[in-house]
Design a protein around this ligand. Structure first.
Ligand code: FMN
Length: 395
Protein backbone atom coordinates (compact mmCIF):
# COMPACT_ATOMS: atom_id res chain seq x y z
CA UNK A 1 0.00 0.00 0.00
CA UNK A 2 1.40 3.37 -0.98
CA UNK A 3 -1.42 5.31 0.69
CA UNK A 4 -0.01 8.15 2.79
CA UNK A 5 3.57 7.38 1.74
CA UNK A 6 5.93 10.12 0.61
CA UNK A 7 7.33 9.29 -2.80
CA UNK A 8 10.21 11.30 -4.20
CA UNK A 9 10.40 10.95 -7.98
CA UNK A 10 13.67 11.76 -9.70
CA UNK A 11 13.63 12.58 -13.41
CA UNK A 12 16.88 12.53 -15.37
CA UNK A 13 17.76 13.64 -18.90
CA UNK A 14 16.44 10.76 -20.97
CA UNK A 15 13.89 10.67 -23.73
CA UNK A 16 11.50 8.59 -21.55
CA UNK A 17 11.11 11.52 -19.12
CA UNK A 18 7.69 12.33 -20.62
CA UNK A 19 6.31 8.95 -19.44
CA UNK A 20 6.74 9.82 -15.77
CA UNK A 21 3.58 11.96 -15.68
CA UNK A 22 1.58 8.70 -15.73
CA UNK A 23 3.63 7.27 -12.86
CA UNK A 24 2.98 10.37 -10.75
CA UNK A 25 -0.76 10.14 -11.50
CA UNK A 26 -0.81 6.47 -10.53
CA UNK A 27 0.82 7.18 -7.17
CA UNK A 28 -1.58 10.05 -6.55
CA UNK A 29 -4.59 7.95 -7.52
CA UNK A 30 -3.49 5.55 -4.79
CA UNK A 31 -3.27 8.41 -2.28
CA UNK A 32 0.52 8.73 -2.05
CA UNK A 33 2.22 12.13 -1.72
CA UNK A 34 4.59 12.94 -4.54
CA UNK A 35 7.43 15.44 -4.92
CA UNK A 36 9.62 15.73 -7.99
CA UNK A 37 13.34 16.38 -8.34
CA UNK A 38 14.89 16.90 -11.78
CA UNK A 39 18.46 17.00 -13.05
CA UNK A 40 19.38 20.10 -15.09
CA UNK A 41 19.63 17.79 -18.15
CA UNK A 42 16.01 16.62 -17.64
CA UNK A 43 14.88 20.22 -18.29
CA UNK A 44 15.98 19.73 -21.91
CA UNK A 45 13.30 17.05 -22.30
CA UNK A 46 10.32 18.09 -20.16
CA UNK A 47 9.36 21.30 -18.37
CA UNK A 48 8.91 21.57 -14.61
CA UNK A 49 5.54 23.27 -15.19
CA UNK A 50 3.88 19.92 -15.98
CA UNK A 51 5.18 18.36 -12.77
CA UNK A 52 4.45 21.44 -10.67
CA UNK A 53 0.86 21.28 -11.89
CA UNK A 54 0.58 17.54 -11.22
CA UNK A 55 2.13 17.71 -7.74
CA UNK A 56 0.86 21.20 -6.85
CA UNK A 57 4.32 21.83 -5.47
CA UNK A 58 7.58 23.28 -6.69
CA UNK A 59 9.92 21.01 -8.59
CA UNK A 60 13.35 20.64 -6.95
CA UNK A 61 16.32 21.23 -9.24
CA UNK A 62 18.73 23.63 -7.61
CA UNK A 63 21.56 22.15 -5.59
CA UNK A 64 22.28 25.39 -3.76
CA UNK A 65 18.73 26.51 -2.99
CA UNK A 66 17.60 27.17 0.54
CA UNK A 67 20.96 26.43 2.15
CA UNK A 68 20.40 29.03 4.85
CA UNK A 69 17.56 26.94 6.36
CA UNK A 70 18.02 23.24 5.70
CA UNK A 71 19.81 22.16 2.53
CA UNK A 72 17.25 20.79 0.09
CA UNK A 73 18.98 17.40 -0.22
CA UNK A 74 18.68 16.86 3.54
CA UNK A 75 15.11 18.16 3.81
CA UNK A 76 13.93 15.94 0.94
CA UNK A 77 15.77 12.91 2.35
CA UNK A 78 13.94 13.41 5.65
CA UNK A 79 10.60 13.76 3.87
CA UNK A 80 10.73 10.82 1.46
CA UNK A 81 9.86 7.20 2.32
CA UNK A 82 11.20 6.02 -1.00
CA UNK A 83 13.27 7.55 -3.81
CA UNK A 84 12.29 6.47 -7.33
CA UNK A 85 14.45 7.61 -10.24
CA UNK A 86 12.63 7.10 -13.54
CA UNK A 87 13.99 7.31 -16.10
CA UNK A 88 17.51 6.80 -14.76
CA UNK A 89 20.19 7.74 -17.29
CA UNK A 90 23.50 5.91 -17.66
CA UNK A 91 25.11 9.12 -16.41
CA UNK A 92 23.14 9.39 -13.17
CA UNK A 93 23.42 5.63 -12.52
CA UNK A 94 27.20 5.94 -12.88
CA UNK A 95 27.33 8.86 -10.48
CA UNK A 96 25.20 7.16 -7.83
CA UNK A 97 27.20 3.92 -8.06
CA UNK A 98 30.39 5.90 -7.50
CA UNK A 99 29.27 8.28 -4.79
CA UNK A 100 29.37 11.38 -6.99
CA UNK A 101 27.12 14.20 -5.78
CA UNK A 102 27.38 17.09 -8.25
CA UNK A 103 23.73 18.13 -8.55
CA UNK A 104 20.69 18.08 -6.29
CA UNK A 105 19.53 14.63 -7.47
CA UNK A 106 22.89 12.90 -7.00
CA UNK A 107 23.47 14.67 -3.67
CA UNK A 108 20.09 13.40 -2.51
CA UNK A 109 20.94 9.91 -3.75
CA UNK A 110 24.24 9.99 -1.89
CA UNK A 111 22.58 10.89 1.40
CA UNK A 112 19.48 8.72 1.02
CA UNK A 113 19.30 5.66 3.28
CA UNK A 114 15.75 4.44 2.72
CA UNK A 115 14.39 2.20 -0.07
CA UNK A 116 15.68 3.24 -3.48
CA UNK A 117 14.24 2.25 -6.86
CA UNK A 118 15.94 2.94 -10.19
CA UNK A 119 14.28 2.42 -13.57
CA UNK A 120 17.03 2.73 -16.19
CA UNK A 121 16.18 3.72 -19.77
CA UNK A 122 18.70 4.23 -22.53
CA UNK A 123 19.86 3.16 -25.96
CA UNK A 124 20.84 -0.54 -26.18
CA UNK A 125 24.51 0.24 -26.71
CA UNK A 126 24.58 2.32 -23.54
CA UNK A 127 22.69 -0.37 -21.59
CA UNK A 128 25.11 -3.07 -22.72
CA UNK A 129 28.17 -0.95 -21.99
CA UNK A 130 30.47 -2.88 -19.66
CA UNK A 131 30.83 -0.02 -17.18
CA UNK A 132 27.10 0.72 -17.08
CA UNK A 133 26.53 -2.97 -16.30
CA UNK A 134 29.20 -2.89 -13.59
CA UNK A 135 27.48 0.12 -12.04
CA UNK A 136 24.12 -1.67 -12.16
CA UNK A 137 25.60 -4.76 -10.46
CA UNK A 138 27.19 -2.58 -7.84
CA UNK A 139 23.89 -0.89 -7.06
CA UNK A 140 21.99 -4.20 -7.01
CA UNK A 141 24.50 -5.66 -4.58
CA UNK A 142 24.13 -2.64 -2.33
CA UNK A 143 20.37 -3.22 -2.12
CA UNK A 144 19.03 -0.77 -4.72
CA UNK A 145 15.95 -2.10 -6.55
CA UNK A 146 16.51 -1.99 -10.28
CA UNK A 147 13.44 -2.18 -12.50
CA UNK A 148 15.12 -3.66 -15.56
CA UNK A 149 14.48 -1.95 -18.90
CA UNK A 150 12.43 -3.78 -21.51
CA UNK A 151 13.23 -4.95 -24.98
CA UNK A 152 11.41 -3.13 -27.76
CA UNK A 153 11.41 -0.26 -30.20
CA UNK A 154 13.54 2.59 -28.90
CA UNK A 155 13.36 6.32 -29.56
CA UNK A 156 16.66 6.14 -31.45
CA UNK A 157 14.88 4.04 -34.08
CA UNK A 158 16.37 0.65 -33.20
CA UNK A 159 15.07 -2.49 -31.51
CA UNK A 160 16.78 -3.77 -28.38
CA UNK A 161 16.90 -3.65 -24.60
CA UNK A 162 16.80 -0.23 -23.02
CA UNK A 163 13.18 0.92 -23.06
CA UNK A 164 11.83 2.16 -19.73
CA UNK A 165 9.93 -0.61 -17.90
CA UNK A 166 6.19 -0.15 -17.92
CA UNK A 167 4.75 2.41 -15.51
CA UNK A 168 2.73 -0.42 -13.89
CA UNK A 169 5.89 -2.43 -13.24
CA UNK A 170 7.66 0.53 -11.65
CA UNK A 171 4.57 1.23 -9.54
CA UNK A 172 4.28 -2.44 -8.46
CA UNK A 173 7.94 -2.52 -7.41
CA UNK A 174 7.36 0.43 -5.10
CA UNK A 175 4.09 -0.95 -3.79
CA UNK A 176 5.74 -4.25 -2.93
CA UNK A 177 8.27 -2.44 -0.78
CA UNK A 178 5.51 -1.23 1.48
CA UNK A 179 3.22 -4.25 1.41
CA UNK A 180 5.88 -6.88 2.08
CA UNK A 181 5.43 -8.54 5.43
CA UNK A 182 8.45 -7.89 7.65
CA UNK A 183 8.38 -11.39 9.08
CA UNK A 184 11.81 -11.18 10.68
CA UNK A 185 10.94 -8.20 12.85
CA UNK A 186 12.26 -8.53 16.44
CA UNK A 187 14.57 -11.40 15.45
CA UNK A 188 18.31 -11.13 15.92
CA UNK A 189 20.10 -13.04 13.18
CA UNK A 190 23.86 -13.58 13.16
CA UNK A 191 25.30 -14.31 9.73
CA UNK A 192 28.86 -15.17 8.79
CA UNK A 193 30.38 -14.44 5.39
CA UNK A 194 33.60 -14.70 3.41
CA UNK A 195 36.61 -16.97 3.55
CA UNK A 196 38.87 -16.80 6.57
CA UNK A 197 42.56 -16.00 6.13
CA UNK A 198 45.10 -17.88 8.21
CA UNK A 199 48.43 -16.12 8.47
CA UNK A 200 51.71 -17.76 7.49
CA UNK A 201 53.63 -14.53 8.10
CA UNK A 202 52.57 -10.83 8.08
CA UNK A 203 52.07 -10.81 4.29
CA UNK A 204 51.04 -14.35 3.37
CA UNK A 205 48.07 -16.43 4.33
CA UNK A 206 46.17 -19.63 3.59
CA UNK A 207 42.75 -18.76 2.25
CA UNK A 208 39.96 -19.88 -0.04
CA UNK A 209 37.94 -18.47 -2.93
CA UNK A 210 34.85 -17.45 -0.98
CA UNK A 211 33.81 -13.88 -1.87
CA UNK A 212 31.30 -13.41 0.94
CA UNK A 213 28.54 -12.63 -1.58
CA UNK A 214 26.13 -15.34 -0.37
CA UNK A 215 26.37 -14.30 3.28
CA UNK A 216 26.06 -10.66 2.23
CA UNK A 217 22.91 -11.39 0.20
CA UNK A 218 21.33 -13.24 3.14
CA UNK A 219 22.22 -10.43 5.53
CA UNK A 220 20.81 -7.77 3.16
CA UNK A 221 17.56 -9.68 2.72
CA UNK A 222 17.17 -10.43 6.45
CA UNK A 223 17.67 -6.71 7.12
CA UNK A 224 15.02 -5.81 4.51
CA UNK A 225 12.66 -8.20 6.26
CA UNK A 226 13.09 -6.37 9.54
CA UNK A 227 15.69 -8.50 11.36
CA UNK A 228 18.38 -7.10 13.62
CA UNK A 229 21.34 -8.31 11.58
CA UNK A 230 24.91 -8.88 12.71
CA UNK A 231 27.18 -9.83 9.82
CA UNK A 232 30.48 -11.35 10.93
CA UNK A 233 32.63 -11.24 7.85
CA UNK A 234 36.19 -11.54 6.59
CA UNK A 235 35.23 -8.95 3.91
CA UNK A 236 34.82 -5.37 5.20
CA UNK A 237 31.30 -4.59 3.89
CA UNK A 238 29.77 -1.17 4.49
CA UNK A 239 26.12 -1.70 5.40
CA UNK A 240 23.23 -0.05 7.21
CA UNK A 241 23.41 -2.89 9.78
CA UNK A 242 26.21 -4.06 12.11
CA UNK A 243 29.22 -5.62 10.37
CA UNK A 244 32.04 -7.14 12.45
CA UNK A 245 35.31 -7.80 10.65
CA UNK A 246 36.70 -11.24 11.52
CA UNK A 247 39.63 -12.31 9.40
CA UNK A 248 40.77 -15.58 10.96
CA UNK A 249 38.73 -18.60 12.03
CA UNK A 250 39.69 -17.96 15.66
CA UNK A 251 38.44 -14.37 15.49
CA UNK A 252 35.25 -15.47 13.78
CA UNK A 253 34.69 -18.12 16.43
CA UNK A 254 35.03 -15.57 19.25
CA UNK A 255 32.62 -13.08 17.67
CA UNK A 256 30.05 -15.76 16.79
CA UNK A 257 30.09 -17.06 20.38
CA UNK A 258 29.54 -13.54 21.72
CA UNK A 259 26.79 -12.58 19.30
CA UNK A 260 24.88 -15.88 19.21
CA UNK A 261 24.24 -15.80 22.96
CA UNK A 262 21.12 -13.60 22.67
CA UNK A 263 20.34 -14.26 19.00
CA UNK A 264 17.43 -16.16 17.49
CA UNK A 265 19.40 -17.63 14.63
CA UNK A 266 22.84 -18.26 13.27
CA UNK A 267 23.52 -18.63 9.55
CA UNK A 268 27.04 -19.85 8.87
CA UNK A 269 27.66 -18.94 5.22
CA UNK A 270 31.38 -18.23 5.74
CA UNK A 271 33.99 -20.60 4.38
CA UNK A 272 35.97 -21.11 7.56
CA UNK A 273 39.42 -22.63 7.06
CA UNK A 274 39.64 -26.08 8.63
CA UNK A 275 43.34 -25.63 9.38
CA UNK A 276 45.75 -22.83 10.22
CA UNK A 277 49.54 -22.72 10.41
CA UNK A 278 50.72 -23.96 13.79
CA UNK A 279 52.75 -20.81 14.17
CA UNK A 280 52.66 -17.63 12.08
CA UNK A 281 56.10 -16.07 11.56
CA UNK A 282 56.35 -12.63 13.14
CA UNK A 283 58.49 -11.23 10.34
CA UNK A 284 58.14 -11.78 6.60
CA UNK A 285 59.84 -15.03 5.59
CA UNK A 286 62.62 -14.05 3.17
CA UNK A 287 62.99 -16.32 0.17
CA UNK A 288 66.75 -15.68 0.08
CA UNK A 289 67.12 -17.34 3.49
CA UNK A 290 64.81 -20.32 3.02
CA UNK A 291 64.96 -22.85 0.19
CA UNK A 292 61.96 -24.93 1.18
CA UNK A 293 59.14 -24.49 3.67
CA UNK A 294 57.10 -27.17 5.37
CA UNK A 295 53.97 -25.79 6.95
CA UNK A 296 52.62 -27.57 9.98
CA UNK A 297 48.87 -27.07 10.15
CA UNK A 298 46.62 -27.44 13.16
CA UNK A 299 42.85 -27.74 13.24
CA UNK A 300 40.75 -24.61 13.62
CA UNK A 301 37.74 -24.50 15.91
CA UNK A 302 34.69 -26.08 14.24
CA UNK A 303 32.39 -23.10 14.85
CA UNK A 304 29.26 -24.78 13.49
CA UNK A 305 29.61 -27.87 15.70
CA UNK A 306 30.45 -25.79 18.77
CA UNK A 307 27.44 -23.54 18.31
CA UNK A 308 25.15 -26.53 17.69
CA UNK A 309 26.29 -27.98 21.03
CA UNK A 310 25.48 -24.83 23.02
CA UNK A 311 22.34 -23.73 21.20
CA UNK A 312 19.30 -23.22 23.41
CA UNK A 313 15.65 -24.05 22.77
CA UNK A 314 14.18 -21.59 20.31
CA UNK A 315 17.51 -20.87 18.63
CA UNK A 316 18.09 -22.29 15.19
CA UNK A 317 21.21 -22.80 13.12
CA UNK A 318 21.68 -23.01 9.38
CA UNK A 319 25.04 -24.34 8.24
CA UNK A 320 26.52 -24.33 4.75
CA UNK A 321 28.62 -26.95 3.09
CA UNK A 322 30.58 -26.84 -0.13
CA UNK A 323 31.04 -30.16 -1.86
CA UNK A 324 32.71 -31.10 -5.11
CA UNK A 325 31.08 -34.57 -5.32
CA UNK A 326 28.13 -36.54 -3.89
CA UNK A 327 26.43 -33.32 -2.79
CA UNK A 328 23.30 -34.82 -1.26
CA UNK A 329 24.97 -37.72 0.49
CA UNK A 330 27.74 -35.56 1.99
CA UNK A 331 25.30 -32.86 3.06
CA UNK A 332 23.13 -35.42 4.86
CA UNK A 333 26.17 -36.81 6.67
CA UNK A 334 27.13 -33.29 7.69
CA UNK A 335 23.76 -32.26 9.13
CA UNK A 336 23.64 -35.47 11.21
CA UNK A 337 27.23 -35.04 12.43
CA UNK A 338 26.97 -31.34 13.28
CA UNK A 339 23.44 -31.33 14.65
CA UNK A 340 22.22 -28.14 13.00
CA UNK A 341 18.62 -27.41 12.03
CA UNK A 342 19.32 -26.88 8.34
CA UNK A 343 22.17 -27.35 5.96
CA UNK A 344 22.52 -25.58 2.61
CA UNK A 345 24.77 -27.45 0.21
CA UNK A 346 26.59 -25.95 -2.78
CA UNK A 347 28.19 -27.84 -5.61
CA UNK A 348 31.55 -26.11 -5.96
CA UNK A 349 32.64 -28.18 -8.96
CA UNK A 350 30.39 -25.96 -11.12
CA UNK A 351 32.02 -22.87 -12.58
CA UNK A 352 28.74 -20.97 -13.17
CA UNK A 353 27.66 -20.77 -9.53
CA UNK A 354 28.88 -20.49 -5.93
CA UNK A 355 32.41 -19.16 -5.24
CA UNK A 356 32.74 -15.51 -6.38
CA UNK A 357 29.74 -15.78 -8.73
CA UNK A 358 26.62 -13.62 -8.44
CA UNK A 359 24.58 -16.81 -8.93
CA UNK A 360 23.98 -19.88 -6.85
CA UNK A 361 22.04 -23.10 -6.80
CA UNK A 362 21.76 -25.33 -3.77
CA UNK A 363 19.88 -27.97 -1.87
CA UNK A 364 18.50 -27.25 1.56
CA UNK A 365 18.18 -30.16 3.98
CA UNK A 366 16.34 -29.96 7.29
CA UNK A 367 16.99 -32.08 10.38
CA UNK A 368 14.38 -34.63 9.28
CA UNK A 369 16.42 -34.97 6.09
CA UNK A 370 13.75 -33.41 3.87
CA UNK A 371 15.34 -31.93 0.78
CA UNK A 372 14.43 -28.77 -1.14
CA UNK A 373 16.12 -27.81 -4.38
CA UNK A 374 16.74 -24.07 -4.84
CA UNK A 375 17.13 -23.61 -8.59
CA UNK A 376 19.88 -21.49 -10.16
CA UNK A 377 19.18 -17.81 -9.51
CA UNK A 378 20.91 -14.66 -8.31
CA UNK A 379 22.34 -14.94 -4.81
CA UNK A 380 19.88 -12.23 -3.83
CA UNK A 381 16.88 -14.32 -4.90
CA UNK A 382 18.35 -17.50 -3.42
CA UNK A 383 18.79 -15.62 -0.12
CA UNK A 384 15.15 -14.61 -0.20
CA UNK A 385 13.96 -18.16 -0.87
CA UNK A 386 16.26 -19.57 1.78
CA UNK A 387 14.92 -17.24 4.46
CA UNK A 388 11.33 -18.07 3.50
CA UNK A 389 12.05 -21.78 3.89
CA UNK A 390 13.82 -21.44 7.22
CA UNK A 391 11.44 -18.97 8.86
CA UNK A 392 7.69 -19.21 8.90
CA UNK A 393 6.65 -15.98 7.23
CA UNK A 394 3.00 -16.43 8.20
CA UNK A 395 3.79 -16.51 11.88
C1 FMN B 1 17.97 13.42 -27.51
C2 FMN B 1 18.71 12.78 -26.41
C3 FMN B 1 18.19 11.68 -25.79
C4 FMN B 1 18.88 11.06 -24.75
N1 FMN B 1 18.33 9.96 -24.16
C5 FMN B 1 19.01 9.32 -23.18
C6 FMN B 1 18.45 8.17 -22.56
O1 FMN B 1 17.35 7.73 -22.89
N2 FMN B 1 19.19 7.56 -21.59
C7 FMN B 1 20.40 8.03 -21.19
O2 FMN B 1 21.00 7.39 -20.33
N3 FMN B 1 20.93 9.15 -21.75
C8 FMN B 1 20.28 9.81 -22.73
N4 FMN B 1 20.82 10.92 -23.28
C9 FMN B 1 22.09 11.45 -22.77
C10 FMN B 1 21.86 12.22 -21.47
O3 FMN B 1 20.94 13.28 -21.68
C11 FMN B 1 23.19 12.76 -20.96
O4 FMN B 1 24.04 11.68 -20.58
C12 FMN B 1 23.02 13.69 -19.77
O5 FMN B 1 24.28 14.13 -19.34
C13 FMN B 1 22.28 13.04 -18.62
O6 FMN B 1 22.30 13.88 -17.50
P1 FMN B 1 21.59 13.50 -16.12
O7 FMN B 1 21.93 12.09 -15.81
O8 FMN B 1 22.17 14.46 -15.14
O9 FMN B 1 20.13 13.72 -16.30
C14 FMN B 1 20.14 11.58 -24.34
C15 FMN B 1 20.66 12.71 -24.96
C16 FMN B 1 19.96 13.29 -25.97
C17 FMN B 1 20.55 14.52 -26.63
Amino acid sequence: MVRGKNILIGITGGIAAYKVCELIRLFQKNEANVKVVMTPAALEFVTPLTFETLTRDKVFIEQFANVEKKPEHIALCDWADVFVIAPATANTIGKIANGIADNLMTSLACAFKKPFVLAPAMNTGMWENEFVQQNISRLKNAGYKIVEPEEGFLACGTNGTGRLASIEEIYDTVEKLFSEKKYLLNKKIVITAGGTKENIDPVRYIGNYSSGKMGEAIADRAFELGAEVVLISSVPFKKPYRVILAVTAKEMSEFVKQEFRDADSLIMAAAVADYRPFEAAEEKIKKEDVEEITLRLVKNPDILSEMCKIKKDGQNILGFCAESENLEENAKKKIIKKGCDYIAANDISRKDIAFSSDYNEMILIDKNLNIRHLKKDTKKNIASELLELVYDKDN
